[in-house]
Write a protein of this length. Structure first.
Length: 398
C-alpha cells in the first residue's frame, strides 16, 4: 500500500531524527509543498536545487518586506533580508572589514582570549564547554569588533538565545502563536533599544571598530542597529555552535579524534567537515518572484521556498559516504554559510575562531572525556537549528 509522503519539520519525529528524515525526503522528491501551513511554502532538499535558488536573487528574493517591518521587527532584517542593489550598497561598506587579511589580523587577540579561558577551564577540569569556553570566546570577539562594553555581554547573549528559540519556524506554523510572536517581538525591541542608545553614543564618539566604520560609510541608525544585531546573533551563536558541534563530533568518533591529535594539519578540513555534517542553520528561505515549477511541484509568485542546507550538505550526488564524519575529507563545497550574494559575511572569522579554539583545546589536553556520558550533552529543541546548549566535558591536561 502506497503512503503519501509527509514532511513535518516542527514534529517530535523530526526533532528526534532530523537528518534521517531529510535524507529520506531528498531521495524521495526534489520539492515538497506543505499543505496545512499558514504560509504557502515549498521545501527543496537537493544540493543542486538549493544552490541554484540561493544563487539566483532575481527569481528568488530575500526581501521579506512588510512581513518583518510590522511590530518593530524591521531593524533586525538589514542586509540578510534585502536584495541588490540595496544589499550590494550596504555590503560594500562592511565587506572590507571581514576580508581574510583583516580577519587574520585578529589572530593574536583570539589566541590570547582562548589561552585565558582555557587556563580557567583546565584549573576547573570539569566544565560545560559551551558556557565556559565557546560562548565566552565568540561573544567576546564579536563585542570587540562592534565595540560593545563587556558589561553588555550577558544581556546580549540572553536576548540572542531568546531569538534563536523559534528562529526559522514561523513559515511552517499551522496557526498564529501570539505568545511566541510577543516573546520574539519583545526580544527584538529590547535589543533594538540597546543598540539605538549605543549607536547614538558612537555617533558622538567614534572608535576603531566596525560600528564606527558603518556610520562613516553612510549607514542610517536603523541600518547600523540591524547589522549589529545580525552580527551578535549570527556571529556569536553560529561560531559557538560550530565549536560545540565539532567537539561533539570528535567525542562521538574516537578514531577521528585520535587521528586529528596525531595529525594537527587535519584541523582545517575537520572544521569544514563539522560545518558540512552539523551546520547550525538547517535551512534558509527565499520568496519566489515568478510562477514556476520544480519537478512538477507548482510554485507561485510570493511562495516561500525552504532551502534545506542540512540536506544539501549530505547529498550523495555531491559527497561520498555523506553521513560519515571524516576529518580527511577534502575539497568540500558545503552550503553551511549559504551561497551567492548572501553568503555569510563573517565566515572567515567563524572559521578562524573555531580553528584556534580547537587547536588550543587539543594542544593543551592529553584527552577529553564525557564525565556523565554522551547522553548528558543537551541539544536545543529547535528543529531549524542544530544547537548544542550544554556539553559537560572533562579536560585531562597534557
Amino acid at each position: 500500500m502506497h503512503h503519501p509522503l509527509q514532511f513535518e519539520p516542527l514534529s517530535e519525529d523530526f526533532l528526534a531524527r532530523p537528518y534521517a528524515i531529510l535524507n529520506h525526503m531528498r531521495e524521495s522528491c526534489r520539492a515538497y509543498r506543505h499543505a496545512d501551513s499558514l504560509c504557502r511554502v515549498v521545501s527543496v532538499f537537493r544540493n543542486e536545487d538549493v544552490r541554484a535558488i540561493a544563487n539566483n536573487w532575481h527569481d528568488w528574493s530575500s526581501d521579506r518586506g512588510e512581513e518583518f517591518r510590522k511590530g518593530n521587527l524591521g531593524d533586525a532584517t538589514v542586509m540578510f533580508y534585502d536584495d541588490p542593489p540595496e544589499h550590494t550598497k550596504l555590503r560594500a561598506i562592511v565587506a572590507p572589514l571581514f576580508l581574510p587579511a583583516r580577519v587574520h589580523a585578529l589572530t593574536s587577540q583570539i589566541e590570547q582570549r582562548c589561552t585565558e579561558l582555557l587556563d580557567d577551564c583546565l584549573a576547573a577540569r570539569d566544565i560545560d564547554v559551551i558556557d565556559d569556553f565557546a560562548s565566552k570566546l565568540t561573544i567576546y570577539m564579536i563585542s570587540k569588533l562592534i565595540g560593545l562594553p563587556e558589561s553588555a555581554l550577558p544581556r546580549i547573549r540572553r536576548l540572542t538565545e531568546k531569538l534563536e528559540e523559534f528562529d526559522g519556524q514561523a513559515v511552517f506554523w499551522r496557526e498564529r502563536r501570539p505568545a511566541v510572536e510577543a516573546q520574539i517581538g519583545e526580544a527584538c525591541r529590547e535589543m533594538g533599544e540597546y543598540f539605538a542608545d549605543f549607536i547614538r553614543e558612537r555617533r558622538r564618539r567614534r572608535q576603531d571598530d566596525v560600528l564606527s566604520a558603518m556610520l562613516d560609510g553612510g549607514f542610517t541608525d536603523a541600518q547600523a542597529s540591524g547589522f549589529c544585531q545580525l552580527l551578535v546573533i549570527a556571529g556569536q551563536a553560529t561560531t559557538t555552535n560550530l565549536i560545540g558541534n565539532a567537539i561533539h563530533l570528535l567525542m562521538t568518533h574516537p578514531q577521528q579524534h585520535a587521528l586529528l591529535r596525531q595529525t594537527p594539519a587535519l584541523l582545517e578540513p575537520m572544521v569544514e567537515e563539522s560545518l558540512r555534517l552539523r551546520s547550525q542553520l538547517r535551512k534558509l528561505e527565499r520568496i519566489a518572484n515568478t510562477d514556476c515549477a520544480i519537478d512538477g511541484v507548482e510554485i507561485r509568485k510570493g511562495d516561500f521556498v525552504a532551502l534545506w542546507l542540512a540536506s544539501a550538505n549530505r547529498d550523495p550526488r555531491v559527497f561520498d559516504r555523506p553521513d560519515e564524519f571524516d576529518v580527511t575529507r577534502g575539497q568540500l563545497r558545503h552550503a553551511s554559510f549559504g551561497t551567492g550574494v548572501h553568503m555569510c559575511i563573517g565566515n572567515a572569522l567563524a572559521r578562524l575562531e573555531a580553528r584556534i579554539a580547537l587547536r588550543q583545546l587539543l594542544a593543551r589536553t592529553r584527552t577529553l572525556e564525557y564525565p556523565q556520558g554522551p547522553e548528558a550533552v543537551h541539544f536545543a529543541r529547535q528543529p531549524i537549528m542544530d544547537i548544542v546548549e550544554h556539553q559537560p566535558l572533562r579536560l585531562i591536561a597534557a
